[in-house]
Unconditional design. Structure first.
Length: 248
């Protein structure tokens, strides 16, 4: 329970500095946010795009295998598009961000903790949460919806490739079916999930990094725990959010 309380305290303080920092004339450093946007977000685009494209291919092939038995393989367009915008796109983006960037954040902060650099910030009366955690949280929050949208479109493109090349569906007809299958709720649901996943990935990674003990060995343990706990939290939140939006 102490760990949960410490984690929630860290989240609260990080959010406080993002929104209340400018009021107290201690805003989150914009230079640090832009640096993290580049390191955490932009460099993740190729991996997210590639994995989403492959997943789109697989989902379309598996969907066509079942739908063709009913003579409805044309609805592969609907299946792939809705699945990515509501579920797979944000989930894939979060998983890649947790494994690639969450581990990096934990290792970086953990190394600073082991080298007593975080204690040095406190000695200089600089809040480590405002200086280190809030910029990373804000950067992940800003980039995550864009990563989810990229995953949505590259995954849908994978479905388009299978639909037009393998199933022989006319390209304009496929695109029309895909667009018509989407409603506003599908898009909003995916973006809300992306934002919540972003908070979980960033804060869990920062919490484990700021809690490192035991030198280099402790950094390794914290990095592993960060990725594992982030994935568990993402999937758990996904179940809750999917159930919530399903009944709304």
């Amino acid at each position: 329970m102490n760990a949960v309380a410490d984690y929630l305290s860290l989240v609260g303080r990080a959010i406080f500095w993002i929104f209340c920092g400018p009021i107290r004339r201690k805003p989150v450093r914009s230079a640090a946010v832009f640096t993290q946007l580049t390191l955490l977000g932009i460099r993740s685009i190729p991996m997210i795009s590639l994995l989403s494209f492959f997943m789109g291919l697989v989902l379309a092939m598996q969907g066509a295998y079942q739908l063709s038995k009913l003579g409805a393989d044309v609805y592969v367009a609907n299946l792939t598009t809705v699945a990515f915008f509501r579920e797979i796109g944000p989930l894939f983006a979060a998983i890649v961000l947790a494994s690639r960037c969450g581990s990096s954040i934990t290792a970086e902060l953990g190394t600073m903790k082991a080298a007593e650099e975080i204690e040095a910030l406190e000695v200089m009366a600089i809040d480590p949460v405002r200086y280190l955690v809030s910029p990373r949280l804000l950067a992940v929050l800003l980039i995550m919806p864009s990563l989810a949208i990229i995953a949505n479109f590259t995954g849908s493109f994978g479905g388009w490739v299978i639909g037009t090349v393998s199933l022989g569906i006319d390209s304009p007809h496929y695109i029309s079916l895909a667009v018509d299958s989407l409603v506003q709720k599908d898009i909003v649901t995916g973006l809300i999930k992306a934002c919540i996943f972003a908070v979980l990935v960033a804060t869990i990674a920062c919490y484990h990094g700021m809690s490192v003990s035991g030198g280099a060995e402790g950094v390794g343990r914290a990095t592993t725990s960060s990725v594992v706990n982030s994935l568990i939290a993402i999937l758990s939140a996904d179940v809750v959010l999917t159930a919530l939006f399903y009944f709304l």
